[in-house]
Design a protein around this ligand. Structure first.
Ligand code: 4AD
Ligand code: MG
Length: 427
């Protein structure tokens, strides 16, 4: 008889035989009786061991090994019992300890730092697994959406020379005696790829040497990025809205069990998404008492304020040149502004940035100078404007920001198995 998964036993009939394997989530021994909550990747089921019904091995020989996180395999039969969690228990007839467990260090009351130091064990927590399953579902949905919409997958390098998002957040790496950087965004490479493949995307890590301690920044995050030839800023907002809606709808439809486990009531966002200009957003922020000037970027408080005043995702459009990286296309109606936007998730804040890129050679050369960037480092990128340049646009969506929004976890580090933050690269 092959091993069943825990989730399957709840569909079995009274008396059906079953083999299971997994880990002890919890164990209680009372005289000749032991109750184990056995967990595998699909759920938790109660296993009852009665001394006289355990055929093999003798009860006494295993009773002291039934410790939290011990791994075991067992055989028994299904009993429907309304007192058991979800109405089912397994009456155990034989059991084998596969791996003993020492005193499990994660206990009620241990602090956040302890849990982060033991992230390699914390991964066993059911609620955390629910978040990881939702994250997986979001990636699956994104890949599906790109495929359905004619995008090609292009993998980009992680070691780079040309910075995409400015010098302040660049990681330096000793590359055989030469200093290179970890990529902040695959955008520049995706721009090169559109001249062959037209609609391209990637899902891969980006790195930011962001030393700020916030609940929404990682030093390494997974970046969902797309770039489209002949697309305008307007086109790219429409793509973003469609992609984000698709992902969120799929998670709500297919990860209900996980959302319930997290106690998360999450509703599919209404469409169309809201659209407000940067100027309107600044006005809103100022009206609600946070002082900022036209030309400033939104700080943490301002971002929160905007996020809390929307009932569905909202684009903030046309950021001033002063707030954006060198590659942004000026708005023809006001060259101090750019054809760019951030998508805000309600209650969460920025989850994407995107817009139209400069495709004119002379303007790009001027901008590189204004931003004090070395044209030598960008030679290949400049080249793209020499051979059949076309208007184009793209965006980047932070996977962890998206998952944080959907799951409602309190910190971005809880959306990723092994978070990388300014003060943590262990485990
Ligand atoms: O806004 P960002 O910096 O934009 C870019 O990198 C563009 N080059 C993307 C593009 O157009 N292809 O980053 C895009 C998104 C942000 O909106 C946010 O969701 C996420 O990436 N992000 C981070 N997520 C976690 N930790 C960080 N330190 C992040 N920095 C950006
Ligand atoms: Mg941004």
């Amino acid at each position: 008889m092959s091993f069943a998964r825990v989730e399957e036993v709840f569909k079995l009939n009274e008396g059906e035989r079953v083999r299971l394997r997994g880990w002890v989530y919890n164990a209680r021994v009372q005289g000749g009786l032991a109750f184990i909550d056995l967990r595998d990747s699909t759920g938790i089921v109660q296993v009852t061991i009665k001394k006289h019904e355990l055929k093999n091995p003798p009860f006494e020989s295993i009773v002291n090994e039934l410790k939290r996180e011990a791994s075991l395999s067992l055989e028994g039969y299904v009993r429907h019992d309304p007192r058991a969690p979800n109405g089912v228990e397994i009456l155990c007839e034989s059991l084998e300890i596969i791996g003993k467990s020492e005193e499990y260090p994660i206990r009620k009351g241990v602090g956040t730092k302890f849990l982060l130091d033991h992230r390699h064990l914390y991964l066993r927590r059911q609620k955390f697994q629910a978040v990881l399953k939702i994250r997986e579902k979001a990636v699956e949905a994104a890949e599906e959406w790109f495929r359905m919409n004619g995008f090609h997958l292009v993998h980009c390098p992680s070691f780079v020379i040309a910075a995409c998002e400015g010098g302040a957040t660049l990681f330096n790496v000793d590359y055989f005696g030469k200093v290179v950087h970890l990529t902040q965004s695959s955008q520049l490479y995706l721009e090169a790829a559109i001249f062959g493949l037209e609609k391209v995307y990637t899902i891969q890590p980006s790195f930011r040497a962001e030393k700020s301690k916030t609940k929404k920044h990682l030093t390494e995050f997974w970046h969902i990025e797309a770039e489209v030839a002949f697309a305008t800023h307007e086109d790219i907002m429409n793509y973003e809205e469609d992609l984000v809606s698709y992902i969120v709808n799929k998670v709500v439809d297919e990860s209900q069990k996980e959302l319930e486990l997290l106690g998360r009531q999450f509703e599919k966002p209404k469409r169309p998404f809201l659209r407000l200009t940067y100027a309107q957003a600044v006005e809103l922020v100022n009206k609600k008492g946070i002082k900022m000037n036209f030309g400033d970027d939104f700080g943490t408080d301002a971002e929160k304020l905007i996020a809390n005043s929307i009932d569905r995702p909202a684009f903030v459009m046309f950021f001033p040149v002063s707030t954006r990286a060198f590659y942004h296309m000026p708005n023809p109606e006001d060259p101090n502004l750019t054809l760019s936007s951030d998508l805000y998730a309600p209650g969460e804040g920025e989850i994407t940035s995107g817009g139209q890129r400069i495709h004119d050679l002379d303007l790009l050369l001027r901008r590189l100078k204004e931003y004090n960037l070395n044209p030598e480092d960008y030679k290949w990128y400049i080249d793209l404007r020499r051979y059949g340049s076309v208007p184009h646009a793209g965006f980047g969506l932070g996977l962890e920001r998206l998952v944080k929004w959907i799951t409602g976890v309190n910190h971005i580090r809880n959306t990723v198995p092994f978070p990388r933050t300014p003060f943590r690269v262990y485990p």
